[in-house]
Design a protein around this ligand. Structure first.
Ligand SMILES: *Cc1c(COP(=O)(O)O)cnc(C)c1O
Length: 427
């Protein structure tokens, strides 16, 4: 598509937008009585207007039924709650319903997955991650390595971009995997890297990891609801995510896991177990001896957090209706427009560090501002434009503003307003 640098052009695209009616299904935060330009859906997605109603339905079930709600709650008996999100999640991930379950929170789930898929033996003990991975993932991996009695500095392999580059080349990841073919236990990467917005090539990386004798896992915190995926076909071993970013399921919202059926349907796959993962028909017999439910369900520990999961369902309903492919189509155009506008600003002032290739990113662009980035960020905030600021890694160099134009509720004119303010702030 050919873009034009004008507000009129942005308004024309808004008019033609096939998803334009979805914005009104969300609460848009306000600034001085006007809608904010909300570009932090990668951090906390906006609240669907249907969320309140579904939570109130569960509250009402609790008020009128008490414990009986587990089996007799009106539309959604709580005992079966983990089933209600399965189909939608499978759709978003390119998975089979048996391969996914929503539960717990992200970092807890990452530990559960590492308990199953990081089982170092002798020399085969190393974990490969991307340099600058999200801190929680780094700490999880570090502590797992220590728990197994290994020296984490020697056991953790971090792949970093080439000098002068900001993102990783798939070939460099593959090379690192091959170099460690005798001692690699696990490759763990962000699906979409939280800082750079880079989308990794799941299929190629997984294939190389398997060839080297290692498992692969992806942290999809920034990928789910943002980009279409094919986890099953790509043969990924496991994945985890949270639902409060692009999935709009509320602060601290319920997380979820994907476990490929080749592991999930095998009752002997090692795991840390709890009663909610035990064979459903015998769960209340309260007997000794763990018999896992088939698939990802067999990794559940606890009974479901109903209020948080209700919010999750309200949001997933919107994704079911729109479809991730259709979202992705708008996403590419919307982010493409932002990229086009920002590219008209001289490179000495700012640079986009997210990959240029739309197949290697989701909606987020990470913008390196060489000088006075914080001033630009503060000016944006004062004008009701909500973005995210990351301090420079090296003092005196540029900091990064991350912006996520979310196709469900952001507009082409949001993008134009953002660009216009950045341009003026940099003058
Ligand atoms: C957001 C995010 C988290 C957050 O972890 P919680 O356990 O949900 O607090 C972890 N990892 C990545 C990559 C993230 O982007």
């Amino acid at each position: 598509m050919t873009y034009e640098n004008s507000l009129e052009f942005a308004l024309r695209l808004d008019e033609k937008d096939h998803l334009k009616n979805y914005r009104s299904q969300f609460h848009i935060p306000q600034h001085n009585g006007k809608d904010c330009v909300y570009f932090t859906g990668n951090s906390l997605g906006l609240q669907p207007k249907t969320t309140k109603k579904i939570i109130e339905e569960e509250l009402s079930g609790w008020a009128t039924l008490g414990v009986e709600g587990h089996f007799h709650n009106n539309k959604r008996p709580w005992f079966y709650y983990h089933q209600f999100s399965k189909q939608s999640l499978a759709q978003l991930l390119g998975a089979k319903p048996v391969e996914v379950v929503s539960m717990n929170n992200l970092t807890s789930n990452l530990h559960l997955m590492l308990a199953s898929f990081y089982r170092p033996t002798g020399k085969r003990c190393k974990i490969l991650i991307e340099g600058g991975a999200f801190p929680s993932d780094q700490y999880a991996v570090e502590s797992q390595i220590k728990n197994h009695g290994y020296d984490w500095n020697e056991t953790l392999i971090e792949v970093t971009p080439r000098t002068g580059e900001y993102t990783l080349r798939t070939e460099d990841i593959i090379k690192a995997i091959e170099a460690h073919k005798d001692d690699l236990a696990l490759v763990l990467l962000g699906g979409v890297q939280y800082f750079t917005g880079q989308l990794f090539d799941f299929k190629t990386i997984t294939k190389a990891a398997h060839k080297a004798g290692a498992f692969t896992g992806f942290d999809l915190a920034h990928a789910i609801g943002n980009v279409p995926m094919q986890l099953h076909d790509d043969n990924v071993d496991f994945a985890v995510w949270c639902s409060y970013k692009y999935l709009n399921s509320g602060p601290g919202g319920v997380s979820g896991v994907f476990i490929h059926e080749k592991h999930g349907l095998n009752p002997d796959t090692p795991r840390l177990a709890g009663w909610w993962g035990h064979d459903e028909s015998e769960r209340f017999k309260m007997e000794k001896g763990f018999k896992p439910m088939p698939g990802a369900d067999g990794w559940q520990l606890s009974n479901v957090n109903i209020l948080s999961s209700a919010a999750h369902l309200a949001s997933l309903e919107i994704f079911d209706e729109v479809g991730i492919e259709s979202l992705s189509q708008k996403s590419k155009q919307l982010t493409g427009f932002l990229e086009f506008l920002l590219n008209s600003i001289p490179k000495e002032k700012l640079e986009i560090i997210t990959p240029e290739n739309p197949a290697e990113r989701g909606c987020q662009l990470s913008i390196l501002v060489h000088h006075n980035g914080k001033v630009v960020f503060d000016q944006l905030s004062e004008q009701g434009v909500i973005t995210d600021w990351r301090e420079p890694h090296i003092p005196g160099t540029g900091g990064v503003i991350r912006v996520a134009p979310v196709p469900l509720y952001n507009t082409y004119s949001d993008v134009y307003h953002f660009y216009d303010l950045v341009r003026k702030a940099l003058q």
